[in-house]
Ligand binder design. Structure first.
Ligand SMILES: [Fe+2]
Length: 194
C-alpha cells in the first residue's frame, strides 16, 4: 500500500485510510484495490486488461475515461532514462493522470496549492494502489531503486496527456526517496553490519 511522505513536515503516513483521507483533502484520489489473484507477472497487455475489465469499466464510468492501456518499464527498457527525464520534473496535464499499479514501485510528488497552501507531498505507490491526479495538478514522477513498474493507465483523451512544464525547478529540492520494503531492508542491513 502507498506510503505518503510530507517532507517539509518530516511526516510519514503508512495507514491506508490516513493516506486516502490526507490525499482526498488536497484533491488527489487514492484507493487500494486488491490485485487480481493468479495473474502471472508476465501476463500480456490483453490478459491484464481482460483480468481488470471490471475495475477499468468502473473507473471509466467514474471519470469519463475512454481508453486504457498498460505501461511496463524496467531497468532494461531502451531509452528508460530519457523517458523518465520527461516526467521527473514539475509538470501538469490537460487531463487526469490515472494509474493502477500492477507491480514495481514509483514515487509521485504532488505540488499542491489547495487551501491557500503551497505544499509538496510524495506518494510512493506499489501493487494494488490506484491514484488519480486531476488535470492541471502540478506533479512529477520517479521510479524507486529497483527501477521497474507496471501499471494500467486510463485516458480521457490521449492527446491531453502531453506534459506542460513549469520550469520551476522545485523538483530539485526534493530527493526522490522511496520508503518501501527495499529501503527498510537496506537500512536494517547497514545496522546489522555495524
Ligand atoms: Fe504526469
Amino acid at each position: 500500500m502507498a506510503v505518503l511522505n510530507i517532507p517539509d513536515e518530516n511526516h510519514l503516513l503508512r495507514d491506508c485510510d490516513e493516506v486516502r483521507d490526507y490525499l482526498a483533502d488536497i484533491g488527489i484520489v487514492y484507493e487500494y484495490w486488491e490485485p487480481v489473484a493468479d495473474l502471472p507477472q508476465d501476463a500480456s497487455t490483453e490478459e491484464v486488461l481482460s483480468a481488470y475489465s471490471k475495475q477499468i469499466n468502473e473507473l471509466k464510468r467514474r471519470g469519463g475515461y475512454v481508453t486504457a492501456d498498460v505501461i511496463s518499464v524496467n531497468k532494461n527498457t531502451p531509452g528508460l532514462d530519457a523517458m523518465l527525464a520527461k516526467f521527473n520534473i514539475e509538470h501538469r496535464h490537460d487531463e487526469d493522470e490515472v494509474r493502477y499499479i500492477l507491480s514495481g514501485r514509483g514515487l509521485f510528488h504532488i505540488h499542491s496549492q489547495q487551501h491557500q497552501r503551497d505544499q509538496v507531498v510524495a506518494i510512493e505507490v506499489e501493487a494494488g494502489d490506484l491514484i488519480c491526479i486531476p488535470r492541471n495538478t502540478l506533479h512529477w514522477f520517479d521510479l524507486c531503486g529497483d527501477r521497474k513498474i507496471r501499471a494500467i493507465r486510463l485516458f480521457q483523451d490521449v492527446s491531453g496527456w502531453t506534459p506542460h512544464y513549469t520550469h520551476s525547478a522545485i523538483d530539485r529540492k526534493y530527493e526522490p526517496v522511496c520508503w518501501g520494503p527495499m529501503y527498510i531492508q537496506s537500512q536494517t542491513t547497514t545496522i546489522a553490519e555495524d
